[in-house]
Design a protein around this ligand. Structure first.
Ligand SMILES: [Zn+2]
Ligand SMILES: [Zn+2]
Length: 163
């Protein structure tokens, strides 16, 4: 979505926006599926000559747990913030996005921020117990009866103490 902000480029003001981005073709290793489009709601503001964009993003997703591989559904919420400029003055500031003439390319900005904020780790719960390496049982459903692997460091320690 291109938002024309001509009327607030030179003077204070606010232009609200709301739209959706289709995410059905986007793939992440940690995501099994996006169940909804990414909804975007926010505004572009000129305050004291500085143009900023703020938006709330929301999407319903099914993630894959890194430890136990189970699927879990969660509503991901994210706040996106960007500074808008007509030309790049500070190339090191990753929060600055350029205007395209009088327009803000909101889809591109939101998409970039969303992807940079996707988790690289996903857990179905903080204390997920994962899967037993020997029998493959999901340990969140209960212990599996396998003997714990002996810790090789303990074997060395035992040897030393016995000497
Ligand atoms: Zn898990
Ligand atoms: Zn086991």
């Amino acid at each position: 979505m291109l938002l024309n902000i001509r009327k607030i480029i030179e003077e204070p003001g606010e232009i609200p926006f709301s739209f959706e981005i289709d995410m059905s073709d986007v793939h992440f290793d940690s995501v099994h599926a996006f169940l909804s489009p990414l909804t975007v709601k926010g505004s572009v503001v000129n305050s004291a000559g500085v143009l900023t964009m703020d938006a709330d993003l929301e999407i319903e997703s099914v993630f894959i747990c890194d430890r136990c591989s189970s699927h879990y559904q969660t509503r991901k919420r994210l706040h996106a913030h960007a500074v808008l400029a007509q030309e790049l003055q500070d190339e090191d500031n990753p929060d600055i996005y350029l205007l395209e003439g009088d327009n803000v390319n909101l889809t591109e900005i939101i998409y970039t921020i969303f992807i940079l904020n996707m988790e690289t780790k996903s857990l179905c719960k903080e204390d997920c117990r994962g899967i037993c390496a020997s029998c493959g049982k999901n340990l969140n459903e209960g212990a599996c009866g396998c003997k714990p692997e002996p810790d090789p460091r303990l074997a060395v320690l035992k040897q030393l103490l016995n000497e």
